[in-house]
Write a protein that binds this ligand. Structure first.
Ligand code: DLZ
Length: 213
């Protein structure tokens, strides 16, 4: 990217071992869809595996901080159930009706069953980073100001409380046109898809978080 704006030059980080959550609002769908595509593009370019990307949606941006917190806490709880070991494997035996001492040796049919899927999900580690995506467009009341502020503060709070990096993918827009530009889908074609930067930020933070731990 040319000019003084943007995250600057950075080395490429390997995302192949990372687990990334994406939570996006559904308001202003055209903008959101393009941002999501840009985010996924850069996650894939960094080597993040599809099976390690979980996408959830909420109605609007106001719901983002709560949803990020729940998503992270749930992924942590799943991982600690696995760490606790025995209990899960015991119930897995019930679910699958067979030995679960070695998941890899399960017959294919059992692997595809819901029970096995739950176990596979539970075997995953907590998210290394979560990307929160929303597009708020200013209207004629103070609604925009209140929500922008609440969501910004909320997302910062969640990442500091949980220790999970939360990428700020919230566009606070004065006009719809600004949103189209920042999603890289404006008519003039001058825009840049900020989702691409958010995917890269998630990979960098997820990678560094592991190194900093
Ligand atoms: C209500 C509302 C309005 C007016 N505008 C937007 C918007 O531009 N972008 C967005 O993400 N959400 C908007 N919402 C919905 C709120 O974020 C929230 O979902 C509802 O107030 C319900 O809590």
């Amino acid at each position: 990217m040319s000019g003084i704006k943007g995250p600057g030059e950075a080395r490429t980080y390997d995302g192949s071992a990372l687990r990334i959550g994406i939570i996006h609002a559904r308001w202003n769908t055209e903008i959101i869809d393009a941002l999501l595509k840009g985010t996924l593009k850069s996650l894939h370019a960094a080597g993040v595996q599809d099976e390690n990307i979980v996408i959830q949606t909420v109605p609007g941006s106001y719901e983002l901080p709560y949803a990020v917190k729940q998503m992270y806490t749930a992924s942590q709880a799943q991982a600690s159930v696995l760490a606790a070991g025995g209990g899960l494997l015991a119930s897995a035996t019930d679910l699958l009706g067979g030995s679960t001492s070695d998941l890899a040796s399960l017959p294919t049919k059992a692997k595809e069953s819901d029970g096995a899927k739950q176990i596979k999900e539970a075997m995953k580690k907590p998210f290394d980073a979560i990307i929160a995506i929303g597009a708020l467009i200013k209207g004629s009341t103070m609604h925009f100001e209140y929500i922008s502020d609440a969501v910004s503060q909320g997302l910062m709070k969640v990442q500091l409380e949980t220790g999970c990096p939360v990428v700020f993918g919230l566009l606070t827009l004065l006009t719809e046109e600004q949103g189209l530009e920042r999603a890289g889908i404006d008519k003039a074609g001058k825009g840049h898809n900020h989702g691409e930067d958010w995917g890269s930020a998630a990979v960098e933070l997820g990678y560094k978080r592991v190194a900093w731990a």
